[in-house]
Design a protein around this ligand. Structure first.
Ligand SMILES: NC(=O)c1ccc[n+]([C@@H]2O[C@H](COP(=O)([O-])OP(=O)(O)OC[C@H]3O[C@@H](n4cnc5c(N)ncnc54)[C@H](OP(=O)(O)O)[C@@H]3O)[C@@H](O)[C@H]2O)c1
Length: 304
């Protein structure tokens, strides 16, 4: 298949490119940075400089390639951020989703390609049990700030992708090379004891190692999967369980514990994640892709 891949140089794109190439696909990989083209070519893809916010440039690449699949694996999230200013963290992402992803959807539609879009599995609304399936409702406007501003845009894009027969890959929380758990903010916060277990610590995080995510994404594209797919590991972990395990794995001190009420006031999204976040089920991905994560839970993965 001819695959037009945006986000080829990011945390998920890096392990995805070699998988797609090894499977025999012709991968045209977009980057905004000319200095990254050689590495993409060396990985077996065909690197092309293109900013997906530039509609004309994006459509021109697609028109020339006539791809079978357009994959949007772009993100725009800083490696470092201030947990009290989470709106800043999501600002670039929302801009990219509002101004870049629609160009990729249009590029797919006018060339008759399928579209596959990167979303998240940690946005299910509480109140539907500890483990949600793809059919459970995501949080939208009633989500804690600043998600009440970011999620409606993401959910609207998901609906658009599903409506045109595309695939939405709802990834769990990434860990592994190039992620916030590697050298990013979470690693440095935990090393400095700046990420405490909040309140009950019952919020359930669905994780996925970036290699496992790439394996599922490659299979889903190959099999022509459509609709929404959670790409998460086998067992969502409550914060009170994963945070001490992660701290141990990276040689950090034991995390502190703090009550939930001040965090709810200062950082409502962090409080939700720590106390009421539901996990996600990978039953559909396992069943329909014949896929299983190599690291069944993040506890094993962190130790790796
Ligand atoms: N599910 C999750 O937990 C999840 C999902 C995504 C990201 N993250 C986290 O966010 C952090 C950053 O991850 P990341 O690897 O995705 O970020 P990154 O290294 O900044 O990569 C973003 C990717 O999107 C591409 N991109 C962004 N804007 C673009 C544009 N306008 N046009 C074309 N391409 C564009 C970038 O390409 P160029 O820069 O080469 O142009 C790059 O390939 C990591 O800590 C990661 O774990 C987590």
């Amino acid at each position: 298949m001819k695959i037009l891949l945006a986000g080829a140089t990011g945390a998920i794109g890096r392990p995805l490119v070699p998988r797609l190439v090894e499977a025999g696909h012709e991968v045209t990989a977009l980057t905004r940075r000319p200095d990254r083209v050689d590495a993409l070519d060396a990985a077996g893809a065909h690197g092309v400089v293109c900013d997906v916010i530039d509609r004309a440039a994006t459509l021109a690449v697609a028109d020339e390639l006539r791809p079978d699949v357009v994959m949007d694996q772009t993100t725009s999230l800083p490696q470092h951020y201030n947990a009290r200013k989470m709106w800043k963290f999501y600002e670039g992402m929302v801009d990219l989703r509002l101004r870049g992803t629609p160009n990729l959807i249009e590029a797919a539609q006018r060339t008759g390609a399928r579209i596959a879009f990167q979303s998240i599995a940690f946005m299910y609304a509480p109140g539907n049990g500890d483990i949600c399936t793809e059919d459970d409702p995501p949080y939208e406007r009633d989500a804690p700030f600043p998600w009440n501003l970011a999620l409606p845009a993401i959910v609207a894009l998901e609906r658009r992708v599903v409506d045109v027969g595309g695939l939405v890959l709802r990834y769990g929380m990434f860990y592994g090379p190039g992620t916030h758990f590697d050298t990013g903010q979470i690693a440095s916060d935990v090393k400095r004891r700046r990420m405490p277990i909040v309140g009950s610590g019952e919020g359930r995080f669905s994780f996925i190692h970036v290699d496992d995510a790439a394996a599922a994404a490659a299979l889903a594209v190959e099999r022509g999967t459509t609709g929404i797919l959670n790409v998460v590991d086998d067992r969502p972990l409550p914060m009170r369980e994963w945070l001490p395990a992660y701290a141990r794995a990276i040689g950090a001190p034991r995390p502190l514990r703090v009550p939930a009420w001040p965090v709810r006031r200062l950082a409502p999204l962090a409080a939700h994640w720590a106390t009421t976040l539901p996990g996600a089920s990978n039953a559909r991905a396992r069943r329909e892709l014949g896929w299983a994560p190599q690291r069944p839970t993040a506890i094993e993965g962190f130790e790796d």
